[in-house]
Write a protein that binds this ligand. Structure first.
Ligand code: FAD
Length: 413
């Protein structure tokens, strides 16, 4: 979108019409600078590669190191108060919630796979360490998580258990001597092929509780198989993982994970990131559609001059604005330390619902070209489906909200 300025501050805005009520005014000047750097990288280096890699179902690996080098997790400009308040204490409240949110928004506004790839390290894996590792483990691992020298993925879902993973988790961990032996399988694990370690959740056969382990991806007994033929998030690589008698030392067990409750604490924090992704995807689809209807002519006039098209533009803008307002408010609550399952579940559910409508409207106003990779809209439209389902489907998040509203759990186990 063309740059506009905030009348109160006369600052040039990063986000034009897709941030209708100027949520970015909550960012500091330095945070804006970092996001501007990310914007330039995405526009100049990433955007030209997207359609081709999406079509081939391959991640543009050449973007990984430059993206890491942008230093987005603990940017030098923001030193002293990083994502975790400048240190990595267990359970610390992120001090830079709104910046982190816009970081995801910016990535997703360009491409959902890039946002998912970055968030699998900066959100999923980092949260696993922040919530699950002991203070000593965090001291050793967190700096490496932040500079990506220890790349990890979150391996929870299994072939036979997705929504019911809390009760259905079947991967086992057996204590043997000074270490553990892990057996089982994991499904859909994003980014596993390029990770150093897999954060694997397994049920301790001795006490029946869920524990977590950092498993070396190259350890004996670990097999990774790429999931092929995806029709959504084609650039992001997902793996089916088999764990066959894999040995893990006790030092690689996350010492603060002692039951599924601790895993739930991780999911509570991570779901807000996905709500930001669902919001960014809408912004990207809306912007692409707006551009198209301004340029394309039918009946001798731009498509955007027709009343029925304008109604769809207004609905898309309404959706993006609602979603952005929702995630900003959720993030402000979480920055105050208010973390509740139902809050992030509601945000993930609602922003994903809005996203599905927004990308469908965007596709609609672009007509036939909305199903080619030339306009960006098709990519957002297809990728939205994976986001709609991962980190808790619509139904599961609705049931979490329903449980909070009624005091009755509709889950059967
Ligand atoms: P199922 O649980 O089989 O559900 C199928 C349908 O039934 C859904 O519509 C669901 O809502 C509905 N349903 C289930 N139970 C109920 C109920 N009680 N009431 C009403 N409806 C119900 N997992 C990881 O651990 N790490 C990852 O990195 C990861 N990345 C992913 C990336 C992608 C692209 C995808 C698609 C998934 C990823 N996942 C990952 C897994 C994801 O979290 C699961 O797909 C999700 O939790 C849903 O599980 P499922 O696919 O097995 O669906």
């Amino acid at each position: 979108m063309s740059a506009t300025s905030n009348p109160a501050t006369e600052q040039v805005r990063l986000y034009g019409v897709c941030d209708y009520y100027d949520a970015e005014s909550l960012l500091t000047v330095d945070e804006r600078k970092v996001l501007g750097r990310l914007r330039a990288f995405l526009d100049e280096q990433a955007r030209p590669l997207l359609a081709d890699h999406w079509e081939r179902g391959e991640f543009p690996t050449e973007l990984a190191q430059p993206l890491i080098d942008l230093d987005l997790m603990e940017p030098a400009e923001l030193t002293g108060r990083g994502d975790d308040g400048g240190d990595a204490g267990a359970g610390r409240i992120p001090a830079r919630g709104i910046y982190q949110g816009f970081r995801i928004f910016e990535l997703a506004r360009t491409d959902a796979s890039l946002a998912t790839w970055y968030t699998s390290q900066a959100g999923l894996f980092r949260t696993a360490i922040r919530v699950g590792a002991s203070a000593e483990q965090q001291q050793e691992w967190m700096p490496k998580v932040i500079d990506f020298s220890l790349k990890g993925v979150f391996s929870l879902t299994e072939p036979e258990s997705g929504s019911d993973i809390a009760g259905g988790l079947a991967t086992t961990a057996r204590r043997e001597g000074e270490g553990w032996v892990i057996d089982g399988a994991k499904r859909w694990i994003g980014g596993a092929a390029s990770a150093d370690v897999l954060a694997v959740f397994a049920r301790d056969v001795a006490d029946g509780q869920v524990k977590a382990f950092l498993v070396d991806r190259q350890a004996q007994g670990v097999t990774l198989e790429k999931i092929h033929r995806k029709t959504s998030l084609r650039m992001m690589q997902n793996a089916h993982i088999t764990l066959d008698g894999v040995r893990v030392p006790e030092s690689m067990r996350l010492h603060n994970v002692n039951s599924f409750r601790d895993v739930a604490a991780m999911l509570r924090a991570m779901r807000s990131d996905v709500a930001w992704i669902a919001t960014g995807v809408q912004a990207g689809a809306f912007e692409a559609a707006l551009r198209y209807v301004t340029e394309r002519q039918q009946f001798g006039r731009p498509l955007g001059s027709f009343q029925l098209v304008q109604e769809k533009l207004a609905r898309m803008l309404g959706n993006v604005t609602s979603a952005l307002s929702l995630v900003v408010r959720l993030t402000e609550q979480q920055a105050k330390g208010i973390y509740r399952d139902q809050d992030s579940a509601l945000a993930k559910m609602q922003t994903s619902l809005l996203m599905r409508e927004t990308v469908a409207l965007a596709r609609e106003v672009v007509g036939g070209n909305g199903i080619t990779l030339e306009t960006d809209v098709a990519r957002f439209h297809a990728d939205a489906e994976a986001i709609y389902s991962y980190e808790g489907t619509h139904e599961i998040n609705a049931l979490i909200v329903g449980r909070a509203l009624t005091g009755e759990s509709a889950f059967t186990r």
